[in-house]
Write a protein that binds this ligand. Structure first.
Ligand SMILES: NC(=O)C1=CN([C@@H]2O[C@H](COP(=O)(O)OP(=O)(O)OC[C@H]3O[C@@H](n4cnc5c(N)ncnc54)[C@H](OP(=O)(O)O)[C@@H]3O)[C@@H](O)[C@H]2O)C=CC1
Ligand SMILES: N[C@@H](CC=O)C(=O)O
Ligand code: NA
Length: 432
């Protein structure tokens, strides 16, 4: 009789149902690779009354986590329920019970990844989390294994499907933020509370994970400077486009010498940069390695089956390791001590949109201010507004330190000819 590998699922929503579907539909390939039949034995859910069609038998479902975590026949726990404390505790309990764990939960991995990975190693268990960053793109394995021989110096990622969907639909179809967000929720891309998506926190968690693995340096969520897309307006998208840029929520992790910067912000990317054409729920991670040069990994970053593919591929890895007797080595001990760049060491170009009085001398006052603050200009656009009473000025700076730029912004707000600084975005990815 064929050997059976029992899996316990924590959660049976968008990703959980996808995991079951892939296990069932690809059973033939899975059992060939693993040498055993894979069976989902128990599933933890919130609501036993929910209509789940005929996907599962009622006896597979439970509201009692111990029925999954304490079942001796279950070898692997797949955590796809989301949330932080409860999910973290269940994963911890599973590992302490000697079970391998797979998770799609970047919230937990960004905050408590090192704690859980350490327990996993101590208990000779695997803990894999490929689905937690960029959904279906196998990016974590690529960084840790595929680029193991290289020194990565820069990663730029569109790592949140919901915000990329919103920005794409606003830019290309002129749709409204709130309408597109609702659609992204209905399509299963958004988090249970989409604030984490639109405020950039979800992307920040992912860039912290990417930075930690890519630079072999333990980076925490607090190290990431974060800004989401809630203030992005259609005017910014339009003027950005006129000046040759596409707006994307970009996670940036870059390293100069032994110092790093990790941040997430709406960023204007040149139209010709490969990240500019990553649309809708698709994600992409641009990785620059000193030896390999430029690489980019592209694919669906959210949604049921793409995310579940990453989860089930982790499952194959767990079961292969188990068969080979090499489980429990998934924690990579960071090689480098954390050193973050100061604002003086972070350099970028910026897009700036402001309203100013349309008077003689306005431009002279503005250019003098830029000059005093060591900021030179690359592109300028001026549009008359209110029948010529005020001027909308849109400009792109040359590269400047974050420190000088922030001082300039403050001084612009105090400058008499300036009515209001409307928006300011980093621009990144100039093609050399
Ligand atoms: N959706 C996506 O595209 C992606 C999601 N992820 C991550 O995957 C995880 C799951 O996401 P997703 O499938 O979209 O979430 P859903 O909200 O669709 O599903 C959550 C599931 O977990 C169950 N659940 C939630 N809380 C509890 C609890 N406290 N006790 C018991 N059961 C609980 C729910 O039960 P019930 O069915 O009874 O309500 C539901 O089945 C999250 O960490 C998310 O960040 C990662 C990559 C992409
Ligand atoms: N809410 C997330 C889901 C995947 O991580 C996203 O939109 O990318
Ligand atoms: Na992934």
């Amino acid at each position: 009789m064929a050997q059976v590998m029992n899996v316990g699922l924590l959660g049976f929503g968008t990703v959980g149902t996808g995991v079951l579907e892939i296990i069932e539909q690809h059973q033939d390939k899975l059992s060939h690779q693993i040498g055993a039949e894979v069976r989902v034995k128990k599933i933890l859910v919130n609501d036993l009354e929910k209509d789940r069609g005929n996907l599962v038998k009622p006896e597979q479902l439970t509201k009692n986590a111990s029925e999954v975590l304490e079942d001796d026949e279950i070898d692997v726990i797949v955590e796809v329920m989301g949330g932080i404390e409860e999910a973290r505790n269940y994963m911890k309990q599973a590992l302490l019970n000697g079970k391998h764990v797979i998770t799609a939960n970047k919230d937990v991995m960004a905050l408590y990844g090192s704690e859980l990975l350490q327990i996993a190693n101590e208990k000779n268990c695997d803990l894999f989390y490929e689905a937690s960053v960029a959904g279906g793109i196998p990016i974590l394995r690529t960084i840790v294994e595929g680029l193991a021989s290289d020194r990565i110096t820069k990663m730029m990622g569109i790592v949140n499907g919901t915000t990329n969907y919103i920005l794409t639909q606003m830019t290309k179809e002129g749709r409204l933020f709130d309408d597109v967000l609702k659609e992204a929720q209905a399509l299963g891309y958004a988090e249970a509370d989409p604030t984490a998506d639109v405020e950039g926190l979800d992307a920040a968690r992912k860039i912290a994970i990417l930075g930690t693995l890519g630079f072999s340096m333990r980076l925490d969520l607090d190290d990431v400077s974060v800004k989401g897309i809630t203030d992005v307006t259609s005017q910014d998208l339009k003027y950005g486009d006129q000046l040759g840029y596409t707006m994307k929520l970009v996670g940036i992790a870059n390293r100069t010498g032994d110092k790093v910067e990790v941040s997430v912000q709406p960023t204007l990317v040149p139209h010709e940069h490969p990240l500019a054409s990553v649309d809708d729920e698709f994600n992409a991670v641009y990785v620059y390695g000193e030896a390999v040069g430029e690489t980019m990994f592209y694919g669906p970053g959210a949604g049921k089956l793409p995310t579940a593919t990453a989860v089930v591929s982790d499952l194959v890895e767990v079961l292969k390791n188990k068969r080979l007797g090499v489980s429990g080595n998934s924690a990579v001990i960071p090689q480098h001590e954390k050193k973050l760049k100061t604002d003086e060491e972070i350099h970028s170009k910026y897009f700036l949109r402001l309203h100013a009085k349309d008077l003689p001398g306005t431009f002279a006052a503005l250019t003098a201010l830029f000059h005093e603050n060591n900021v030179s200009l690359e592109k300028i656009l001026q549009v008359p507004l209110n029948e010529g009473k005020l001027a909308e000025i849109i400009l792109v700076t040359h590269e400047v330190s974050k420190k000088d730029y922030d001082i300039l912004l403050k001084r612009l707000e105090e400058e008499e000819v300036v009515i209001e600084v409307k928006s300011s975005y980093r621009t990144e990815g100039e093609m050399k």
